[in-house]
Design a protein around this ligand. Structure first.
Ligand code: BES
Length: 470
């Protein structure tokens, strides 16, 4: 048996132990966006540090102005081996609406869903289950062979789900320590439950909170109604103006930097045959809602969007209250593609809102993160090696696909550390990330660990650093 075979066998026989680790991590409610969970975020970081130290990494928890980072190093096969930086995030999204969860989001359970074994809980897929596929692969490799085939640095962040505000300064301050030959990221999806995938790009993101203020207090809607400006009406009008009838975003210069997808790429996407029908039917919908005349893949991978993520104001409790509220608030996000500039989009959006404000209203904006879209090379040694390793594990070729979500650090790796990333994840479209009843497939977890063992081994077999990465 080769040492890879014994590592794979160890991952099979010790699956229950790996699940126990994952359950312990999911049980920590590390919701980064809510200050009430700051202590839990630190606890998750400490848990990871301890786990990595037990495996044999030199691990540390590093403070930032926000939630801490976990950084860990393993010398692996020595200075000539390729050097990989693995990134994941231990923070999770809020759990509301809590009453829609079938079981406690922080009490993970192994259950059957749609005839498949899954592990439930907030963060099960995004990103705790995914990052633990890599940690478990390292645990098995070190346990079996005493070392790792590559030098490995691990960086776990606790603010990815809230726009990674501390990340750029942290990377800038620790460049030498974090620079590697390439980055590995496990925070994306497979093509389907039997087909792994490599993501070739990610959309960027701009988040904005908008608060429209009118009168200096809440008003009786009969006494003042008809005369006083209603901030909820004003804000909904502005939000309604964001799109035209054909689904295009109406903010001036919004499409600056967006290019049409080349026909050859579109044709390769057509071959993947993701029909609007299948993609939307699964979530109880039937008609694409975005820009007219574009395929589902173009709409989610190669076109920018404007979405309202939340809107509140006035009385929303039990019964009824006749009131004109003093203010109304919305959270709006933009997914960016190609060369769209986050700060230009933010400026233009703010000007768009201000130009629509009636007399007597004022607006307040709060910024929530901004990251540009990322495009990775379609061909590289890293990609070829990973493709082969994934084929060996899954028995089918991994397509290179787009990904509609955002992982802000991937752009920072390119710009600050000059590193490309390999985006291999084992999530599925129906994992319900960011929604109630999040889960991670047992098959994703098990074969995900095995895939990383294969990928790291194959990368380590490349002679010397230069060849290892690209
Ligand atoms: N894992 C996701 C990104 C993702 C989503 C990949 C869907 C594949 C499919 C990531 O953790 C995430 O949710 N990112 C946030 C980033 C944001 C809050 C800055 C996102 O995309 O909303």
């Amino acid at each position: 048996m080769s040492s890879l075979d014994t590592v794979l066998a160890r991952l099979d026989t010790r699956l229950d132990g790996a699940l126990d680790h994952l359950k312990a991590l999911i049980a920590i409610p590390s919701i980064s966006t809510d200050p009430a969970y700051a202590e839990a975020c630190r606890q998750a970081a400490e848990w990871l540090k301890k786990d990595l130290a037990e495996i044999g990494f030199k691990a540390s928890v590093r403070d930032t102005p926000g939630h801490p980072m976990v950084v860990a190093h393993h010398d692996g096969a020595g200075p000539d081996a390729p050097h990989a930086l693995f990134y994941g995030h231990y923070d999770v999204q809020p759990v509301d609406p809590l009453d829609e969860w079938e079981s406690d989001p922080f009490f993970p359970q192994i259950v059957e869903r749609n005839g498949r074994k899954v592990i439930t809980g907030r963060g099960a897929a995004d990103d705790k289950g995914q990052l633990m596929t890599f940690v478990e692969a390292c645990r098995a490799m070190i346990g079996e062979t005493g070392t790792l085939p590559c030098r490995v640095t691990i960086l776990f962040e606790g603010e990815e789900e809230s726009g990674s505000p501390s990340l750029l300064p942290f990377i800038e301050a620790n460049k030498d320590e974090l620079k590697a030959d390439f980055a590995l990221v496990c925070d994306t999806n497979m093509w389907d439950a039997d087909t792994p995938a490599i993501s070739g790009g990610l959309r960027g993101l701009v988040g904005e909170e908008v608060i429209v203020h009118a009168a200096d207090r809440d008003l009786h809607s009969g006494y003042y109604g008809g005369a006083a400006a209603n901030p909820l009406t004003v804000l909904s009008r502005i939000i309604g103006d964001l799109h035209d009838e054909a689904g295009r975003v109406m903010i001036p210069n919004f499409y600056d930097g967006v290019t049409e997808t080349p026909d050859a790429i579109k044709a390769s996407w057509e071959e993947l045959e993701r029909s609007a029908d299948g993609f939307l039917k699964e979530i109880g919908l039937s008609e694409p809602f975005g820009e007219d005349g574009r395929s589902i893949m173009e709409l989610t991978w190669a076109r920018p969007t404007a979405e309202v993520n939340g809107i509140v104001g006035g009385y929303t409790g039990e019964g009824f209250k006749t009131v004109i509220p003093a203010k109304a608030m919305a959270k709006v996000s933009f997914r960016l593609v190609h060369d769209q500039e986050p700060e230009a989009i933010r400026r233009n959006f703010r000007a768009f809102v201000e130009s629509r404000l009636p007399e007597d209203c004022r607006v307040e904006f709060h910024k929530h993160g901004g990251s540009p879209a990322v495009q990775l090379p379609y061909e590289s040694g890293l990609l070829t090696t990973a493709k082969q390793a994934l084929t060996d594990e899954w028995g089918v070729e991994a397509p290179i696909i787009g990904m509609g979500g955002s992982i802000p650090i991937v752009g920072t790796f390119q710009t600050e550390l000059g590193m490309d990333s390999l985006l291999v994840g084992f999530g599925l479209a129906d994992d319900r990330i960011h929604s109630p009843n999040e889960k991670y497939e047992m098959k994703s977890f098990h074969k995900g660990m095995r895939s990383w063992a294969r990928i790291l081994t194959a990368l380590g077999q490349k002679a010397g650093r230069a060849e290892g990465g690209r």
